[in-house]
Design a protein around this ligand. Structure first.
Ligand code: HEC
Ligand code: HEC
Ligand code: HEC
Ligand code: HEC
Ligand code: HEC
Length: 253
């Protein structure tokens, strides 16, 4: 065998050793640390969110009534759903707008039960091309905010906002306020938060309050803080009559 390959093999093995050790350590460690915890679902959802599908130019002319009927006849249903959870964070939107917010969490599965499995409530049109899926992504058809060749189509951000919010308003369920769907791109707290090496829990709270004074005051007026009541089912506190954060809860720093 070629000497060079053998050498390369040895080097690769050598490089792989630390990561192998990390994998074994992961199995031993019962509490995941910041380094060992890998939120795989989130990583995959983020990867999917970054995909830009090829633009669908030809759309089948179909009324919503026909569309629902066709989907029923074809038996398109929950079994065709690949992902019950999604992050919506399209590069199409980023290219046209500022990126103010974190990806929007969308519970696809939960929403399907809300509409009794009627996919046409959201997947309202399909491509003419029979090869393409019945429930192709919104972002395959809705891309630019204005496309002179397809002026009837609204952009992706508007398509989401209109469809999501109209339904939430009509059903009087689901968020319509901005922060119900969005959380702001927060600055990097690893740099903002300054703590001594072995902090006590209250040190951490005090550090957060340095910048989040208002949130701290809100907390003191909230039910989480003010709640008091009998808690016969709280482990190790079964005999206590009154528990609550502001009284005797363990973690009321
Ligand atoms: C029902 C959920 C929902 C509500 C309520 C909502 N949005 Fe959005 N918004 C979305 C979705 C979904 C996207 C697309 C996310 C993506 O692909 O980046 C989006 C995208 C955006 C973007 C562009 C992406 C970014 O990160 O900057 C802005 C700006 C925005 N929304 C502002 C608002 C404002 C302002 C309000 C309140 C008036 C609001 N949204 C309410 C769902 C919502
Ligand atoms: C409440 C609205 C809503 C309903 C109801 C709904 N979907 Fe979706 N679906 C979406 C949104 C939003 C996307 C993301 C599209 C994008 O990426 O632009 C999506 C994406 C998809 C995708 C492609 C992307 C993926 O990662 O899975 C498939 C397949 C899909 N839906 C199938 C279905 C089927 C089958 C049904 C009916 C059983 C259904 N959907 C019902 C809103 C909905
Ligand atoms: C196969 C192409 C195609 C797909 C996929 C598609 N749309 Fe559309 N959409 C259109 C076209 C074309 C229009 C223009 C008006 C029309 O014919 O309804 C439109 C119009 C809209 C409108 C304007 C109001 C209305 O209902 O007529 C909204 C909102 C919308 N789409 C949201 C969505 C969302 C959200 C998704 C994904 C769940 C989606 N669309 C998937 C092609 C598509
Ligand atoms: C067909 C109607 C309909 C459409 C379209 C719809 N929603 Fe909803 N949504 C609901 C209902 C109903 C609820 C309340 C569900 C519950 O509490 O059981 C809800 C709840 C939510 C919630 C809060 C609960 C949770 O599961 O996190 C979010 C966030 C949300 N929707 C986001 C979206 C986004 C983003 C879109 C568009 C891509 C969207 N919705 C489109 C009907 C709809
Ligand atoms: C040096 C100042 C500073 C410190 C210390 C700090 N933060 Fe922040 N934090 C900010 C700023 C600035 C923002 C972004 C603006 C906003 O959302 O209020 C933010 C945003 C946040 C958000 C997101 C809010 C949203 O709207 O999505 C959370 C959650 C948060 N901080 C938690 C914490 C916690 C927990 C601590 C203590 C461990 C902490 N912060 C310490 C400055 C700070």
């Amino acid at each position: 065998m070629n000497r060079k390959f053998v050498m390369a093999g040895v080097v690769v093995l050598f490089l792989a050793l630390p990561s192998l050790a990390a994998i074994t350590a992961q199995h031993v460690d019962p509490i995941p640390t910041k380094e060992s915890f890998v939120p795989e679902d989130m990583i995959k959802a983020r990867e999917r969110a970054a995909i830009v599908p090829e633009l669908v130019t030809e759309v089948r002319e179909e009324s919503l009534y026909q569309r629902r009927k066709t989907l029923l006849e074809k038996g398109v249903g929950i079994q065709d759903v690949k992902h019950t959870f999604m992050l919506l964070d399209s590069p199409i939107i980023k290219a046209e707008h500022e990126d103010f917010y974190e990806p929007v969490r969308f519970m696809h599965g939960k929403h399907i039960s809300v509409v009794d499995g009627d996919c046409s409530k959201c997947h309202h049109l399909r491509p003419t091309d029979p090869e393409l899926s019945e429930t192709v992504a919104c972002s395959a058809c809705h891309q630019k905010a204005f496309d002179p060749e397809r002026p009837e189509r609204i952009g992706l951000k508007a398509a989401y906002h209109i469809q999501c919010m109209t339904c939430h308003e009509e059903m009087k369920k689901g968020p319509v306020d901005c922060l119900g769907c969005h959380s702001r791109n927060a600055p990097d707290h690893e740099e903002l938060v300054k703590l001594r090496p072995d902090p006590e829990p209250w040190d951490v709270t005090a550090e957060c309050l340095r910048c989040h004074e208002k949130q701290g005051e809100d907390m003191l007026r909230s039910a989480h803080w003010l709640w008091r009541g009998p808690s016969p089912y709280t482990v190790e506190r079964t005999k206590e009559v009154m528990s609550g954060k502001a009284t005797n809860a363990v973690n009321n720093f």
